[in-house]
Design a protein around this ligand. Structure first.
Ligand code: OAD
Length: 286
């Protein structure tokens, strides 16, 4: 697994999902209540959005929180709290306990099928539709809520929760229509497992999506980092790339994040409340 750093970042195919400090620090848990966001900050960001050549948006689990989807760390609640994220989102964890990991993903699939995109997803989708050449939307979320809100294209760095794929390269006998067992389903011929179509820790991200996201990070002049703790690379590295290229970086999150130091401004607010204020009725000047 690669460590964070310039040389690692430069190896597109070799990039692996790396998490540096998995949990939010205790400081952030005890952070004082955030002051209200000044109207002038909102007005100035609306102006920047109006004028930006290209806006890169990176979203994380917090963007779906107000839809009722627990964030990745919060998803480990109740029965699931006894298991670490590494156990539930890694090939090693799956091989050690296939049924447990499968059941956890089935639980999340069921949950996501019952929720709707929120006002933040919708505001992003509408802005993207009005400014099709000026926004690249990149998400770490596997819940499909951006797409259901109407966003297209969406660069999904961590895959799609609603899809399955084979654990091992499929043989001719592997046909997803004919499996046996259901937790998880297996190929009756060779025993290969179906597994969720998400990127697990230690795995490569989809190359084309990552490349496009990195290109957008280099080219953008404004980046919105929404609802992510910023601990998981290479996604979090996009903010570093954008900042290095001179882009104005804005973090939108009610809590402190690992990317606050890279940001020009941190707006401490829930995204479904703030994004409609920022993005409503913006006409393209171009
Ligand atoms: P996390 O669960 O690490 O962080 C969620 C972030 O959302 C936190 O910073 C919260 O403060 C913030 N948040 C909560 N409610 C919010 C709201 N209403 N509006 C805005 N922000 C809010 O989730 P991610 O950063 O997305 O990977 O985690 C990144 C990746 O780590 C995930 O994609 C997942 C996980 O491992 C895979 O599953 C491959």
């Amino acid at each position: 697994m690669l460590e964070w750093g310039g040389s690692a970042w430069a190896l597109p195919y070799a990039v692996r999902l790396v998490f540096t400090a998995f949990y939010m620090s205790l400081d952030s848990l005890h952070a004082p209540a955030a002051p209200p966001i000044a109207d002038t900050d909102i007005a100035s960001l609306r102006q920047r959005l109006q004028e930006a050549r290209h806006v890169l948006v990176l979203t994380g689990a917090g963007a779906s929180a107000e839809s009722g989807v627990p964030t990745f760390r919060d998803a480990q609640t109740g029965y699931w709290a006894q298991f670490s994220p590494e156990e539930m989102a890694s090939e090693a964890g799956f091989l050690a306990h296939p049924q447990r990991v499968w059941d956890w993903y089935q639980y999340r699939r069921q949950l996501i099928s019952q929720v709707l995109p929120n006002a933040g997803h919708v505001a992003l989708a509408q802005w993207q539709a009005c400014h099709p050449d000026r926004m690249t939307l990149v998400t770490q979320n596997v819940d499909g809520l951006h797409q259901r809100a109407g966003s297209a294209p969406v660069l999904c760095l961590h895959g799609n929760l609603m899809e399955n794929r084979w654990l091992l390269p499929p043989k001719p006998c592997c046909d997803a229509r004919f499996t046996e067992g259901d937790a998880p389903p297996q190929c009756p011929g060779c025993g290969n497992y179906l597994r969720p179509g998400v990127v697990w820790f230690g795995e490569a991200l989809p190359h084309a999506a990552l490349q496009q996201a990195q290109d957008a990070a280099k080219a953008c002049d404004l980046m919105l980092v929404i609802g992510t703790s910023g601990h998981v690379y290479p996604a979090a590295g996009l903010a570093h790339t954008a900042a290095r290229g001179g882009a104005h970086v804005v973090v939108i999150n009610p809590e402190p994040t690992a990317l606050d130091g890279v940001a020009d401004i941190c707006l401490r607010a829930p995204s479904a409340q703030l994004l409609p204020q920022l993005l409503s009725a913006q006409r393209s000047p171009h």
